[in-house]
Write a protein that binds this ligand. Structure first.
Ligand code: SF4
Length: 372
Protein backbone atom coordinates (compact mmCIF):
# COMPACT_ATOMS: atom_id res chain seq x y z
CA UNK A 1 0.00 0.00 0.00
CA UNK A 2 1.29 3.44 -0.93
CA UNK A 3 1.22 5.38 2.35
CA UNK A 4 1.76 8.70 0.56
CA UNK A 5 -1.53 8.35 -1.36
CA UNK A 6 -3.69 10.33 1.13
CA UNK A 7 -1.25 13.23 0.85
CA UNK A 8 -1.84 13.37 -2.91
CA UNK A 9 -5.60 13.34 -2.73
CA UNK A 10 -6.92 15.92 -5.26
CA UNK A 11 -9.90 16.97 -3.11
CA UNK A 12 -7.66 17.52 -0.09
CA UNK A 13 -5.18 19.50 -2.17
CA UNK A 14 -7.96 21.63 -3.64
CA UNK A 15 -9.31 22.48 -0.19
CA UNK A 16 -5.81 23.32 1.03
CA UNK A 17 -5.27 25.55 -2.00
CA UNK A 18 -8.52 27.35 -1.19
CA UNK A 19 -7.44 27.74 2.43
CA UNK A 20 -4.08 29.10 1.27
CA UNK A 21 -5.80 31.67 -0.96
CA UNK A 22 -8.01 32.77 1.93
CA UNK A 23 -4.99 33.17 4.23
CA UNK A 24 -3.15 35.20 1.59
CA UNK A 25 -6.17 37.42 0.93
CA UNK A 26 -6.57 38.03 4.66
CA UNK A 27 -2.87 38.86 4.97
CA UNK A 28 -3.30 41.45 2.26
CA UNK A 29 0.06 41.53 0.50
CA UNK A 30 2.11 39.22 -1.73
CA UNK A 31 4.33 36.67 -0.02
CA UNK A 32 7.62 35.21 -1.20
CA UNK A 33 8.65 31.88 0.28
CA UNK A 34 11.84 29.93 -0.27
CA UNK A 35 12.29 26.19 -0.06
CA UNK A 36 15.77 24.95 0.76
CA UNK A 37 15.50 21.33 -0.26
CA UNK A 38 16.06 19.81 -3.68
CA UNK A 39 13.33 17.25 -3.03
CA UNK A 40 10.83 20.07 -2.41
CA UNK A 41 12.02 21.78 -5.60
CA UNK A 42 11.31 18.71 -7.68
CA UNK A 43 8.08 17.85 -5.85
CA UNK A 44 6.58 21.31 -6.35
CA UNK A 45 7.27 21.15 -10.08
CA UNK A 46 6.61 17.46 -10.65
CA UNK A 47 3.27 17.40 -8.83
CA UNK A 48 2.01 20.32 -10.91
CA UNK A 49 1.64 22.43 -7.79
CA UNK A 50 3.63 25.40 -8.99
CA UNK A 51 1.12 26.68 -11.59
CA UNK A 52 -1.71 26.14 -9.10
CA UNK A 53 -0.21 28.31 -6.34
CA UNK A 54 -2.04 31.62 -5.84
CA UNK A 55 -0.58 34.45 -7.93
CA UNK A 56 0.25 36.45 -4.80
CA UNK A 57 2.51 33.67 -3.52
CA UNK A 58 5.97 33.50 -5.09
CA UNK A 59 7.97 30.30 -4.90
CA UNK A 60 11.76 30.62 -4.73
CA UNK A 61 14.23 27.75 -4.72
CA UNK A 62 17.21 28.23 -2.44
CA UNK A 63 20.48 26.42 -1.75
CA UNK A 64 18.85 23.03 -1.18
CA UNK A 65 20.47 20.84 -3.81
CA UNK A 66 23.73 19.39 -2.45
CA UNK A 67 25.39 18.91 -5.82
CA UNK A 68 24.41 22.44 -6.87
CA UNK A 69 25.91 24.15 -3.81
CA UNK A 70 29.21 22.27 -4.07
CA UNK A 71 31.75 24.98 -4.79
CA UNK A 72 33.78 25.16 -8.01
CA UNK A 73 36.97 24.75 -5.98
CA UNK A 74 35.63 21.45 -4.58
CA UNK A 75 34.65 20.17 -8.04
CA UNK A 76 38.15 21.11 -9.24
CA UNK A 77 39.69 19.19 -6.30
CA UNK A 78 37.57 16.10 -7.09
CA UNK A 79 38.74 16.27 -10.72
CA UNK A 80 42.33 16.65 -9.56
CA UNK A 81 41.98 13.53 -7.39
CA UNK A 82 40.64 11.63 -10.41
CA UNK A 83 43.82 12.48 -12.28
CA UNK A 84 46.09 10.84 -9.69
CA UNK A 85 47.64 7.46 -10.56
CA UNK A 86 46.24 4.53 -8.61
CA UNK A 87 43.10 6.45 -7.63
CA UNK A 88 39.50 5.40 -8.26
CA UNK A 89 36.90 8.11 -7.63
CA UNK A 90 33.68 6.48 -6.41
CA UNK A 91 30.94 9.10 -6.71
CA UNK A 92 27.17 9.56 -6.81
CA UNK A 93 25.95 9.65 -10.42
CA UNK A 94 24.86 13.31 -10.46
CA UNK A 95 28.38 14.41 -9.69
CA UNK A 96 29.78 12.88 -12.89
CA UNK A 97 28.29 15.56 -15.12
CA UNK A 98 29.02 18.68 -13.03
CA UNK A 99 31.44 20.85 -14.98
CA UNK A 100 34.50 22.11 -13.15
CA UNK A 101 35.91 25.60 -13.73
CA UNK A 102 37.76 24.40 -16.85
CA UNK A 103 34.67 22.68 -18.30
CA UNK A 104 35.91 19.16 -17.57
CA UNK A 105 33.67 16.71 -15.72
CA UNK A 106 34.26 13.36 -14.01
CA UNK A 107 32.59 11.81 -17.03
CA UNK A 108 34.95 13.55 -19.48
CA UNK A 109 38.07 12.59 -17.49
CA UNK A 110 36.73 9.02 -17.37
CA UNK A 111 36.73 9.07 -21.18
CA UNK A 112 40.33 10.27 -21.03
CA UNK A 113 41.36 7.27 -18.93
CA UNK A 114 40.72 8.32 -15.33
CA UNK A 115 39.06 5.72 -13.12
CA UNK A 116 35.64 6.85 -11.99
CA UNK A 117 32.87 4.62 -10.76
CA UNK A 118 29.25 5.42 -9.85
CA UNK A 119 28.18 4.24 -6.41
CA UNK A 120 24.78 4.40 -4.77
CA UNK A 121 25.95 4.77 -1.19
CA UNK A 122 29.15 5.60 0.70
CA UNK A 123 29.20 1.99 1.88
CA UNK A 124 29.42 0.83 -1.76
CA UNK A 125 32.62 2.87 -2.01
CA UNK A 126 34.06 1.09 1.04
CA UNK A 127 33.17 -2.27 -0.54
CA UNK A 128 34.86 -1.18 -3.77
CA UNK A 129 38.01 -0.28 -1.81
CA UNK A 130 37.99 -3.65 -0.05
CA UNK A 131 37.84 -5.37 -3.44
CA UNK A 132 40.70 -3.28 -4.91
CA UNK A 133 43.46 -3.43 -2.28
CA UNK A 134 46.10 -2.08 -4.67
CA UNK A 135 44.19 1.13 -5.40
CA UNK A 136 43.03 4.14 -3.39
CA UNK A 137 39.26 4.65 -3.53
CA UNK A 138 38.15 8.24 -2.95
CA UNK A 139 34.54 9.14 -2.19
CA UNK A 140 33.59 12.83 -2.75
CA UNK A 141 31.53 13.48 0.39
CA UNK A 142 28.90 15.84 -1.00
CA UNK A 143 25.62 16.31 0.86
CA UNK A 144 23.81 17.84 3.81
CA UNK A 145 22.99 16.62 7.31
CA UNK A 146 20.93 13.89 5.64
CA UNK A 147 23.92 12.26 3.92
CA UNK A 148 26.63 12.98 6.49
CA UNK A 149 25.53 10.25 8.98
CA UNK A 150 25.72 7.61 6.22
CA UNK A 151 29.18 8.85 5.22
CA UNK A 152 30.28 8.78 8.86
CA UNK A 153 28.87 5.25 9.15
CA UNK A 154 30.87 4.18 6.09
CA UNK A 155 34.06 5.54 7.66
CA UNK A 156 33.34 3.69 10.90
CA UNK A 157 32.86 0.51 8.84
CA UNK A 158 36.08 1.10 6.89
CA UNK A 159 38.04 1.50 10.11
CA UNK A 160 36.40 -1.50 11.78
CA UNK A 161 37.11 -3.70 8.75
CA UNK A 162 40.65 -2.37 8.31
CA UNK A 163 39.98 -0.94 4.83
CA UNK A 164 42.94 1.44 4.71
CA UNK A 165 42.78 2.30 1.00
CA UNK A 166 39.52 4.24 1.39
CA UNK A 167 39.27 7.99 1.93
CA UNK A 168 36.79 10.81 1.38
CA UNK A 169 36.99 14.39 0.14
CA UNK A 170 34.90 16.10 2.85
CA UNK A 171 32.56 18.61 1.16
CA UNK A 172 29.37 18.18 3.25
CA UNK A 173 27.40 21.31 4.10
CA UNK A 174 25.08 22.31 6.95
CA UNK A 175 21.72 23.92 6.16
CA UNK A 176 21.05 26.22 9.17
CA UNK A 177 24.21 28.35 8.65
CA UNK A 178 23.23 28.80 4.99
CA UNK A 179 19.80 30.09 6.04
CA UNK A 180 21.52 32.54 8.37
CA UNK A 181 23.82 33.67 5.55
CA UNK A 182 20.81 34.27 3.29
CA UNK A 183 19.07 36.30 5.98
CA UNK A 184 22.17 38.27 6.84
CA UNK A 185 23.11 39.05 3.23
CA UNK A 186 23.38 42.81 2.79
CA UNK A 187 20.78 42.94 0.04
CA UNK A 188 18.36 41.04 2.27
CA UNK A 189 18.32 43.89 4.79
CA UNK A 190 17.10 46.34 2.18
CA UNK A 191 13.41 46.89 2.94
CA UNK A 192 12.44 46.13 -0.62
CA UNK A 193 9.35 43.97 -0.81
CA UNK A 194 10.47 42.63 -4.19
CA UNK A 195 13.62 41.18 -2.69
CA UNK A 196 12.60 39.99 0.74
CA UNK A 197 12.14 36.32 1.58
CA UNK A 198 9.07 36.33 3.82
CA UNK A 199 9.18 32.73 5.01
CA UNK A 200 10.98 29.42 4.60
CA UNK A 201 9.72 25.95 3.80
CA UNK A 202 12.23 23.93 5.81
CA UNK A 203 13.75 20.71 4.50
CA UNK A 204 11.93 17.67 5.84
CA UNK A 205 14.85 15.26 5.45
CA UNK A 206 17.35 17.52 7.21
CA UNK A 207 14.83 18.13 10.00
CA UNK A 208 14.48 14.35 10.50
CA UNK A 209 18.11 14.47 11.65
CA UNK A 210 18.32 17.92 13.27
CA UNK A 211 14.85 18.34 14.77
CA UNK A 212 13.45 21.85 15.09
CA UNK A 213 15.80 23.66 17.50
CA UNK A 214 18.58 24.55 14.99
CA UNK A 215 16.02 26.47 12.90
CA UNK A 216 14.49 28.58 15.69
CA UNK A 217 16.78 31.54 15.00
CA UNK A 218 14.92 32.15 11.72
CA UNK A 219 11.82 33.21 13.66
CA UNK A 220 13.43 34.47 16.85
CA UNK A 221 16.22 36.61 15.33
CA UNK A 222 14.84 37.43 11.90
CA UNK A 223 11.09 37.36 12.49
CA UNK A 224 10.32 35.00 9.60
CA UNK A 225 8.08 31.95 9.79
CA UNK A 226 9.85 28.68 8.99
CA UNK A 227 7.83 25.51 8.59
CA UNK A 228 9.04 21.92 8.14
CA UNK A 229 7.05 20.25 5.42
CA UNK A 230 6.83 16.80 3.89
CA UNK A 231 7.13 16.14 0.18
CA UNK A 232 3.67 15.25 -1.08
CA UNK A 233 1.45 18.07 -2.43
CA UNK A 234 -0.84 18.11 0.63
CA UNK A 235 2.24 18.20 2.92
CA UNK A 236 3.60 21.20 1.07
CA UNK A 237 0.28 23.02 0.95
CA UNK A 238 -0.42 22.53 4.66
CA UNK A 239 3.06 23.90 5.44
CA UNK A 240 2.37 26.93 3.21
CA UNK A 241 -1.00 27.52 4.91
CA UNK A 242 0.67 27.50 8.32
CA UNK A 243 3.43 29.84 7.21
CA UNK A 244 1.01 32.42 5.75
CA UNK A 245 -1.19 32.17 8.85
CA UNK A 246 1.84 32.98 11.01
CA UNK A 247 2.52 36.02 8.82
CA UNK A 248 -1.10 37.12 9.02
CA UNK A 249 -1.18 36.76 12.79
CA UNK A 250 2.23 38.44 13.15
CA UNK A 251 3.51 35.44 15.11
CA UNK A 252 6.52 34.01 13.28
CA UNK A 253 7.67 30.68 14.65
CA UNK A 254 9.18 27.39 13.60
CA UNK A 255 6.37 25.01 12.71
CA UNK A 256 6.21 21.38 11.74
CA UNK A 257 3.56 19.88 9.48
CA UNK A 258 5.63 16.75 8.79
CA UNK A 259 4.98 15.18 12.16
CA UNK A 260 4.82 11.64 10.77
CA UNK A 261 8.59 11.85 10.12
CA UNK A 262 10.04 14.82 12.02
CA UNK A 263 10.14 15.07 15.80
CA UNK A 264 11.08 18.02 17.97
CA UNK A 265 14.45 16.50 18.87
CA UNK A 266 15.27 14.91 15.47
CA UNK A 267 17.51 11.87 15.48
CA UNK A 268 20.12 11.98 18.28
CA UNK A 269 21.52 8.65 17.01
CA UNK A 270 22.21 10.05 13.52
CA UNK A 271 23.79 13.19 15.02
CA UNK A 272 25.93 11.09 17.33
CA UNK A 273 27.39 9.10 14.41
CA UNK A 274 27.98 12.31 12.48
CA UNK A 275 29.62 14.02 15.46
CA UNK A 276 31.91 11.06 16.11
CA UNK A 277 33.59 11.58 12.73
CA UNK A 278 32.99 15.18 11.64
CA UNK A 279 33.26 18.64 13.16
CA UNK A 280 31.87 21.91 11.77
CA UNK A 281 34.20 24.26 9.89
CA UNK A 282 33.93 27.21 7.53
CA UNK A 283 32.94 26.16 4.01
CA UNK A 284 32.55 27.70 0.56
CA UNK A 285 29.13 27.46 -1.07
CA UNK A 286 28.35 28.11 -4.71
CA UNK A 287 26.54 31.44 -4.85
CA UNK A 288 26.90 32.18 -1.15
CA UNK A 289 30.68 32.20 -0.74
CA UNK A 290 32.38 31.43 2.54
CA UNK A 291 29.92 30.74 5.38
CA UNK A 292 31.25 30.32 8.92
CA UNK A 293 30.83 26.85 10.44
CA UNK A 294 28.70 25.67 7.53
CA UNK A 295 30.69 22.62 6.45
CA UNK A 296 31.91 19.37 7.93
CA UNK A 297 35.57 18.34 8.10
CA UNK A 298 37.00 15.18 9.60
CA UNK A 299 38.04 15.22 13.23
CA UNK A 300 41.78 14.90 13.88
CA UNK A 301 41.59 11.20 14.73
CA UNK A 302 40.11 10.56 11.26
CA UNK A 303 42.86 12.40 9.36
CA UNK A 304 44.04 9.15 7.72
CA UNK A 305 40.75 9.05 5.83
CA UNK A 306 40.97 12.64 4.60
CA UNK A 307 41.56 12.55 0.83
CA UNK A 308 42.70 16.19 0.75
CA UNK A 309 45.52 15.22 3.09
CA UNK A 310 46.27 11.69 1.81
CA UNK A 311 46.40 12.70 -1.86
CA UNK A 312 47.77 16.21 -1.32
CA UNK A 313 44.77 17.66 -3.15
CA UNK A 314 43.94 21.30 -2.41
CA UNK A 315 40.92 23.52 -2.85
CA UNK A 316 42.40 26.20 -5.10
CA UNK A 317 40.90 29.56 -5.94
CA UNK A 318 38.72 29.14 -9.00
CA UNK A 319 36.60 31.22 -11.33
CA UNK A 320 32.93 30.31 -11.86
CA UNK A 321 31.91 28.66 -15.13
CA UNK A 322 31.53 31.57 -17.61
CA UNK A 323 27.93 32.68 -18.17
CA UNK A 324 26.41 30.32 -15.62
CA UNK A 325 24.05 32.03 -13.15
CA UNK A 326 23.70 29.11 -10.73
CA UNK A 327 24.94 31.32 -7.89
CA UNK A 328 22.02 33.72 -8.40
CA UNK A 329 19.57 30.84 -8.78
CA UNK A 330 20.70 29.34 -5.46
CA UNK A 331 20.14 32.65 -3.64
CA UNK A 332 16.65 33.03 -5.10
CA UNK A 333 17.78 36.11 -7.07
CA UNK A 334 16.98 34.68 -10.48
CA UNK A 335 14.60 32.14 -11.92
CA UNK A 336 16.15 29.67 -14.36
CA UNK A 337 14.26 30.99 -17.39
CA UNK A 338 16.01 34.34 -16.93
CA UNK A 339 19.48 32.84 -17.32
CA UNK A 340 20.59 33.69 -20.88
CA UNK A 341 21.90 30.15 -21.39
CA UNK A 342 18.74 28.36 -20.19
CA UNK A 343 17.32 25.91 -22.70
CA UNK A 344 19.63 26.97 -25.50
CA UNK A 345 23.28 26.51 -24.57
CA UNK A 346 22.39 24.83 -21.28
CA UNK A 347 20.09 21.80 -21.27
CA UNK A 348 19.95 18.59 -19.22
CA UNK A 349 21.68 16.83 -22.12
CA UNK A 350 24.43 19.44 -22.25
CA UNK A 351 24.48 21.21 -18.86
CA UNK A 352 26.59 24.28 -18.27
CA UNK A 353 26.07 24.40 -14.51
CA UNK A 354 25.14 22.04 -11.68
CA UNK A 355 21.58 23.38 -11.33
CA UNK A 356 20.88 21.83 -14.75
CA UNK A 357 22.80 18.62 -13.97
CA UNK A 358 21.26 17.49 -10.75
CA UNK A 359 17.83 15.88 -10.71
CA UNK A 360 17.20 18.16 -7.70
CA UNK A 361 18.45 21.31 -9.43
CA UNK A 362 16.07 24.21 -10.10
CA UNK A 363 17.14 24.62 -13.71
CA UNK A 364 16.62 20.93 -14.47
CA UNK A 365 13.19 20.98 -12.79
CA UNK A 366 12.20 24.15 -14.65
CA UNK A 367 13.38 22.67 -17.96
CA UNK A 368 11.61 19.36 -17.38
CA UNK A 369 8.30 20.60 -16.00
CA UNK A 370 8.11 24.23 -17.10
CA UNK A 371 7.69 27.35 -14.94
CA UNK A 372 4.39 28.88 -14.00
S1 SF4 B 1 20.40 27.49 -16.94
FE1 SF4 B 1 22.39 26.46 -16.91
S2 SF4 B 1 23.90 28.09 -17.08
FE2 SF4 B 1 21.95 29.01 -16.44
S3 SF4 B 1 22.05 29.05 -14.22
FE3 SF4 B 1 21.02 27.16 -14.80
S4 SF4 B 1 22.66 25.65 -14.87
FE4 SF4 B 1 23.68 27.65 -14.88
Amino acid sequence: MDLSLPFRDPALCRSLLDALSRELDAFGRPVRFMEVCGTHTVSIFQSGLRPLLPANLTHLSGPGCPVCVTHDSEIAAILEAAGRPGVIVAAFGDLLRVPGPDGRTLRSVLAEGARVQVVYSPLDAVKLAASCPGETVVFPAVGFETTAPAIAGALLTARRQGVRNFCILPCCKLVPPALRALLEAPDESVPDRQERIDAFLLPGHVAVVLGLAPFRFVAEEFGRPAVVGGFQPADILSALCLMVRMLREGRPAVGNTYVRAVSEEGSPAARQVMDAVFRPADAFWRGLGRIPQSGLVLRGEWADFDGFRCLGVERKETKPVPGCRCGDILRGRLTPDRCPLFGTVCTPQNPTGPCMVSTEGSCAAWYRYGGR
